[in-house]
Design a protein. Structure first.
Length: 242
């Protein structure tokens, strides 16, 4: 069974960046990934992947916790990449904000697009989600309680098939689509609370905010902005609570 590397080992690993050739992974993410492949984990798999606390909104058919277990156990590469990603998030202090396994959900269109239901984000994009997770921790969760991630990284092919913008924040893994875990939080309360948090602190986190139908919303850290159905700020539901 795999085990997480210790904080001390991570600190030592992240402090040294060896020279690498063209095409190889570079920087802290590469070091964490390499360490994860050689250092066993001291936690049970359920804790390692955040499966000990499972929420299922029903918004991600075919992307349930059981589906993740099947996917991650089907390939050693999948398992090792997710473990390395989790170790990186832990080292950055954002490892327990959203269950790790949910961060590997791709898109609700995965089946129609012939894609995978889960995908470990590429290591060169791991740092992009850190600020987004901090905004979720510091502002979104206090506003609506714990959240479930229903979509994260989308590769270029899946993003195009899902009708994502060519420069979608999901492609670079700045973005998460979320929904409140607490079913008692209705759409109006969710919008009002998240919009207030975004207006107060969004600029500090360079946070983008958009809302879908129902209780699903988008956050990223690739530009302070908000938008509505036509992609414009003027149609954002936040304008009703300004």
């Amino acid at each position: 069974m795999l085990r997480f590397i210790s904080a001390a080992a991570l600190a030592a690993t992240l402090s040294f960046a060896p020279s690498v050739g063209s095409g190889q992974l570079i920087g802290r993410a590469a070091n964490v990934q390499a360490a994860a492949a050689t250092v066993p984990m001291h936690k049970a798999a359920a804790d390692a992947f955040g499966l000990a606390h499972v929420a299922d909104s029903g918004l991600a058919p075919g992307q349930s916790a059981d589906d993740f277990r099947t996917w991650v156990s089907g390939s050693g590469g999948n398992r090792d990449n997710v473990v390395a990603f989790g170790n990186f998030l832990a080292a950055e202090g954002v490892g327990s904000i959203v269950p790790l396994w949910e961060l590997t959900r791709t898109s609700s269109s995965w089946r129609e697009c012939g894609a995978e239901p889960f995908e470990a984000p590429p290591p060169d994009k791991w740092e992009h989600i850190v600020t987004t997770l901090k905004f979720v921790r510091d502002d979104v969760v206090p506003a609506v309680g714990q959240v479930e991630a229903v979509s994260g990284y989308r590769n270029a092919k899946l993003n195009a098939c899902s009708d994502g913008a060519p420069k979608s924040a999901h492609r670079e893994f700045f973005a998460l689509d979320l929904t409140p875990v607490n079913a008692a939080v209705d759409r109006d309360d969710m919008i009002r609370s998240v919009c207030a948090a975004h207006a107060r602190d969004g600029a500090r986190y360079d946070a983008g905010l958009g809302f879908y139908t129902g209780r699903r919303f988008h956050v990223d850290s690739s530009g302070f902005r908000k938008w509505g159905p036509n992609g414009k700020g003027a149609t954002s539901p936040c304008v009703h609570y300004a």
